[in-house]
Design a protein around this ligand. Structure first.
Ligand SMILES: Nc1ncnc2c1ncn2[C@@H]1O[C@H](COP(=O)(O)OP(=O)(O)OP(=O)(O)O)[C@@H](O)[C@H]1O
Length: 456
């Protein structure tokens, strides 16, 4: 069984929830679908009713691509084929298509949703957007490095992925790699550790990996700042790529001149290309982003009144992630309560929106938000009974952070995490404490999450 078939149930349930399918639509269109075959870049899905194939293609092709990518962590093209209508020979030919951009963008760690097409340009980001597009059109030739900076949730990652998608679409043979500075640091820590235990090729492999790239995108560079060995290694990687005319794109929460612990030699290198900022969006841009999200996520069917959109746009000002989150929360509340979508419901949806970073308090809810975003898993999963490591470890991290960064009693932490026993919480806290001691990479990850929770 391949990875898509193994996760098929989860994929279709996700599609149902994210696209708000009614039971009848789900049963009619989605449940009867079967995975016929999965090749390296394409999932072939059998449709039992030939008459419905066009409808299914129009309506569900993109949602399937996105849900498959989100569940299995790899992008595939999706093709629907009518059960009684396909010629296996034809089909084999089609699978033999050359390496597609889907595979390469997956290899570059890209989110399929973050493209220039889905990015709304406004006064707050037009300079950063124009610079990103110029770099995407001529990598290594115009602004090198491109340094994007701005506050939390304002679109830096989205722009970086857009650049990478654009380059791969036009030149699929280019080696493009997007990494967070956490990944870079953890890989470096591992290579150094392996080197110390006699495996010298580990460091060589690390260097080869990062120095053989055509376009390197490093997100949230602020998290490697202050770690000397990482800065040192990054400095050499940077120089190597820069001298060879390879494109480097960096993001951070501050401009280089304001990053106090940044070594002077790195600062001057970061400043030698183009530094572009993204600030908070104005009201019109916030409205445009809400409308775009409504369109992309198929929320039009809820007929959200203008006044409600305006209310959200007027009240959520400084973080686009929260702006999007408010809209999701509104729809979730609507479904839960079956109440009309009006200002009252919007006010309820906005109730828990965390205040801007500087003076926000670390609470169990904030910890859940930040951990869920960091590991790209849902809060529902964190609270669920799922025991696979991808979810169980972040859940234990939530326990640990609630215990060490807030005054919340074990019992209350248990309730926050879906009604768990206090001894389970206590075990989770001990486990994370021991893992921090045992593993430098794990400890680095915890450090980064703590900084996300409490940047000051
Ligand atoms: N201009 C925009 N148009 C459409 N969506 C946007 C825009 N800016 C941000 N977003 C959306 O807001 C969310 C947060 O953006 P993103 O993750 O890129 O922020 P960030 O600046 O990298 O945040 P962080 O500092 O936490 O790393 C994403 O879902 C992204 O698609």
């Amino acid at each position: 069984m391949n990875i898509v078939e193994e996760n098929w149930e989860e994929i279709i349930q996700k599609l149902k929830i994210e696209h708000s399918l009614t039971d009848v639509s789900f049963k009619t269109w989605i449940l009867p679908l079967r995975v016929y075959k999965v090749t390296s870049n394409t999932v072939y899905i059998l449709v039992n009713l030939k008459a419905s194939i066009d409808y299914i293609k129009n309506k569900y092709l993109l949602p399937f691509q996105v849900c498959i990518a989100e569940v299995v962590g790899k992008e595939y093209e999706v093709k629907f084929i009518a059960e009684n209508e396909f010629d296996p020979k034809d089909f084999e030919d089609k699978t033999a298509t050359p390496k597609s951009k889907v595979t390469v963008s997956q290899a570059a760690n890209l989110n399929p949703k973050y493209t220039f097409d889905t990015f709304v340009v406004g006064g707050n980001n037009n300079f950063a957007h124009a610079a990103s597009l110029a770099v995407a059109e001529s990598p290594g030739e115009v602004y090198n490095p491109l340094f994007l900076y701005g506050g939390v949730g304002l679109g830096k990652t989205h722009l970086m992925h857009s650049i990478a998608h654009f380059i791969l679409e036009n030149e699929p043979e280019k080696k493009v790699l997007y990494v967070t500075s956490e990944t870079f640091t953890n890989e470096l820590i591992e290579a150094i550790k392996n080197g110390k235990t006699g495996n010298e090729s580990a460091m060589t492999a690390f260097r080869e990996k990062y120095r053989s790239i055509d376009v390197l995108l490093i997100d949230d560079i602020q998290f490697i700042i202050g770690k000397e060995s990482t800065q040192e290694e990054f400095f050499h990687t940077f120089n190597h790529l820069h001298i060879s005319g390879k494109q480097i794109i960096i993001s951070s929460d501050k401009p280089p001149k304001d990053i106090e612990t940044l070594e002077a030699r790195l600062r001057s290198r970061f400043e030698c290309g183009l530094v572009a900022d993204i600030s908070s969006p104005d009201y019109e841009t916030r409205m445009a982003i809400l409308r775009k999200k409504e369109e992309l996520d198929g929320l039009d069917k809820y007929n959200i009144p203008d006044a409600v959109m305006q209310y959200i746009a007027s009240n959520v000002k400084s973080n686009i992630r929260e702006l999007e989150g408010s809209l999701n929360k509104l729809i979730a509340l609507y479904k839960l309560k079956n109440a009309p979508i009006d200002i009252n419901l919007a006010a309820e949806a906005l109730k828990d929106i965390v205040s801007p970073n500087e003076n926000r308090q670390v609470t169990p809810e904030l910890i859940l938000d930040v951990v869920s975003e960091h590991f790209n898993i849902s809060i529902a999963d964190l609270k669920s009974g799922k025991r696979n490591a991808e979810i169980a470890i972040p859940r234990q991290i939530v326990m640990y952070l609630c215990r060490t960064m807030t005054d919340t009693p074990l019992k209350a932490i248990g309730l926050t995490l879906g009604g768990r026993d206090h001894s389970t919480i206590s075990h989770g806290v001990d486990k994370v404490t021991a893992d921090i001691k045992a593993s430098d990479t794990f400890s680095n990850t915890i450090d980064i999450i703590k900084k996300k929770l409490n940047p000051v």
